[in-house]
Design a protein around this ligand. Structure first.
Ligand code: BGC
Length: 373
């Protein structure tokens, strides 16, 4: 059924030379199966790593892969998926840009009998999401807030309370991710549930008063937008001599935007010199190097290799006529159904465990950590 793919795989609407890769086995061979993989963007390193890992692991399992990146542009992603369906892929793996924008694509996939696996980000509002592979997103938020509390000296790195914790109060500001990404709410909820007792006790104060998700969200996880918001906060709230001590950040790109704004206003350049403690997510190499240098305080490591492995396992199960194994069948309600999910665990990365978590596991080399690229 995949005869047309070898010729057409790279020609999808909205695709461009640098956003399209179709490869793998012989697409014209009978019985060969093709999997469409839609990734959101190549501007963040994590999604490039995801795309590479999913593609290579699927190819190792004998599938042909049509991998597309959509430059964080919703129409580009919908066109890419439309094209994959037209080309009769056997299965779709989708990391959506906007989790609510794919209903008509998923209807078409459902009508064509193409199983859909939501990759890392849940797709909302559709019956035709068959499985979800992701991390424990609420716990990622708990870990982000925990790292902030560790950086302020309120908790120990193992999460236990520090008996010699300073009294504070500490001034903190909050950032959340993209409001159209289902994960962003989970991260923020996990983080706020963790910070709330400290806010209630007066140990943490949010001087700007900006604490609700809609106000602190960052559309498309934009580093530039985060930098601008941090600059605005510094002007509106901290120009009278108040000191900022910590910032909750949900993603390393946002963290770097925040750090640029803080350094530009005279903080730092390192935490030792008074730069506020900033959290993160994804263990992007640029941020890991900053953690190593004492500039960013922490990040969350989500091993994209493992996520790729789970998505391949789920794909194989569907293509062999079986149901993939789920380890969570309660949490991820997409508004139409609870999507059976497989959740992976994540780890907090501090300067003290970069080597153990990231170098010893082969995720990065020691040279990459040193160079930041
Ligand atoms: C992912 C995060 C990532 C963010 C921005 C989220 O959906 O779960 O790992 O930091 O998107 O790309």
């Amino acid at each position: 059924m995949t005869f047309a793919l070898a010729a057409c795989g790279g020609g999808g609407a909205g695709s461009s030379d640098d956003s399209t890769e179709t490869s793998g086995g012989d697409a014209t061979a009978s019985g060969d199966q093709t999997i469409g993989v839609a990734m959101p963007t190549q501007t963040s390193e994590r999604w490039i790593a995801d795309g590479d890992a999913v593609k290579s692991q699927l190819e190792e399992a004998g599938y042909t892969v049509d991998l597309q990146f959509a430059n964080d542009d919703i129409p580009t992603q919908t066109q890419q998926i439309d094209q994959m369906i037209l080309q009769e892929v056997d299965l779709l793996i989708i990391a959506s840009i906007d989790g609510t924008a794919l209903t008509s694509q998923l209807d078409a996939a459902g009508a064509a009998g193409i199983p859909v696996i939501a990759y890392d980000r849940l797709i909302n509002g559709s019956e035709n999401v068959d499985f979800y592979v992701t991390f424990d997103n609420y716990n990622v938020g708990v870990q982000q807030a925990t790292s902030l509390l560790v950086g302020l000296g309120l908790l120990n790195e193992d999460g236990s309370e520090n008996p010699e914790a300073p009294e504070g109060p500490f001034n903190v500001e909050l950032f959340a991710g993209s409001p159209d990404d289902n994960n962003a709410g989970f991260f923020f909820d996990g983080a706020m549930d963790t910070l709330k007792p400290f806010i209630d006790a007066g140990t943490l104060v949010v001087p700007s008063g900006q604490t609700d998700f809609d106000t602190v969200a960052t559309l498309r996880w934009s580093q530039e937008a985060a930098q601008r918001r941090m600059e605005d906060l510094l002007t509106s709230t901290y120009s009278g001599g108040e000191e900022l001590h910590g910032v909750l950040s949900p993603f390393d790109g946002i963290s770097r935007g925040i750090i640029t704004a803080l350094q530009g206003a005279g903080y730092g350049p390192t935490i030792e010199d008074g730069l506020p403690v900033v959290s993160g997510q994804d263990a992007e190499i640029a941020s890991v190097a900053l953690i190593d240098q004492g500039v960013q305080f922490a990040t969350i490591f989500k091993d994209t290799r493992k996520l790729a492995t789970e998505s391949v396992r789920a794909a194989q199960a569907f293509l062999e006529g079986n149901e993939p194994e789920a380890n969570d069948t309660d949490t991820y309600d997409n508004g139409v159904k609870v999507v059976p999910s497989y959740l992976l665990e994540s780890d907090i990365v501090y300067a003290s465990n970069i080597e153990e978590l990231l170098v010893d596991s082969g995720y990065y080399t020691a040279e990459q950590v040193e160079q930041g690229s």
